[in-house]
Design a protein around this ligand. Structure first.
Ligand SMILES: [Zn+2]
Ligand SMILES: [Zn+2]
Length: 332
């Protein structure tokens, strides 16, 4: 075979796997789509046949209605055209997968979004050594080093307990981050009622239907200010500064995101308590993963490609960036 990975094409609307006639996370409707995970910028509606984990298919059905989906379990191998395909855990959100493809003796892994830290709501990232690693680089700058999750959760609890007349309102992405924050709080011994904004109710239920138990949750709709004082309230980031929050007892505004490392981002959203909790790999996780997989080439998608490209080159790994459009970085 000529160039490594010559059977994979990068187009603005996604990665095209030619011998399988399939697209990975395409931003336009395609006849055959392989979807890494349920976030809206990766899993769009309107495709013909969708190959995804059962959890991702359920998330897509929750969003877009019935899918002509084929579920693929972690570690199951299927043949599409001349390509062997396997989905392995990516540790990003419930059901998130890396896509491992083998064709004519070459192995290519598409990471999708991923992280290496433990997350009580999803299976841990599984490293698969490969010839080409196609990686995300959302936090691909050395300045991004996420702190320990437990200590961020402790800061949240400390703030909550220091002012029992107020509530702490935590902005968290509706798919994944919200449920993870709830589970991390439970693991830290916080078993009080947690209140939630209606926009995350269906995803909470979906997580519970896959056995991720979230404990005592209540909709803010039926609660009085008095009941919510001294409690945590979870809402999507967009609701943080919304009229809706006026029904809450003098909320302390918090937000859980890798971007909270940047003070300006916290200020933009009037966030009083920034919590640096991310569902993406930080700089150390990105470079550790590349070290571990020992790929011949690294292809870099949505994020800050330059620094990671440079790091690869100084470690004798060929690297290039793929200019895909339509990926956002809000699902952090
Ligand atoms: Zn994502
Ligand atoms: Zn993404």
């Amino acid at each position: 075979m000529a160039r490594l990975g010559s059977w994979i094409e990068s187009h603005p609307e996604g990665i095209y796997v030619r011998p399988a006639d399939a697209w990975i996370d395409p931003s336009q409707p395609k006849q055959r789509a392989w979807i890494t995970h349920g976030h809206g910028d990766h899993a769009r509606g309107g495709h013909g046949a969708v190959l995804a984990t059962p959890e991702t298919l359920a998330i897509m059905e929750c969003r877009y209605g019935p899918q002509s989906g084929q579920p693929i379990a972690y570690d199951e191998t299927i043949q599409v055209g001349d390509v062997e395909v396997r989905y392995v855990p990516a540790g990003h959100v419930l059901g998130s997968a890396q896509i491992v493809m083998e064709y004519k003796g070459e192995r290519i892994v598409v990471s999708g979004d991923y992280k290496r830290r433990p997350d009580p709501t999803c299976a841990c990232f599984v490293p698969v050594p490969c010839d080409i690693f196609i990686t995300e680089a959302t936090f691909g700058l050395p300045v991004f080093r996420h702190p320990d999750t437990g200590s961020e959760i402790d800061r949240l609890l400390h703030r909550l307990h220091s002012d029992p007349d107020r509530c702490v309102l935590v902005g968290a992405y509706a798919l994944g981050k919200a449920q993870r924050i709830i589970c991390e709080l439970r693991e830290r011994g916080h078993h009080d009622t947690i209140y939630f904004h209606g926009a995350i109710e269906r995803l909470n239920q979906l997580y519970e239907s896959f056995g991720i138990l979230l404990g005592d949750l209540r909709h803010t709709g039926g609660a009085t200010k008095q009941e919510m004082a001294g409690h945590i309230v979870i809402c999507p980031p967009g609701a943080l500064n919304d009229r809706w929050s006026r029904r809450l007892p003098d909320p302390v505004t918090a937000m859980a995101s890798g971007w909270m490392r940047i003070r300006q981002r916290a200020r933009q959203r009037n966030v009083e308590l920034p919590l640096v909790i991310s569902d993406h790999a930080d700089w150390d996780e990105l470079t550790m993963t590349i070290r571990e997989l020992e790929p011949t080439e690294v292809w870099i998608t949505h994020g800050r490609e330059e620094a990671l490209k440079h790091w690869c080159m100084t470690h004798q790994i060929k690297a290039c960036e793929l200019n895909l459009v339509g990926y956002e970085d809000e699902d952090d």
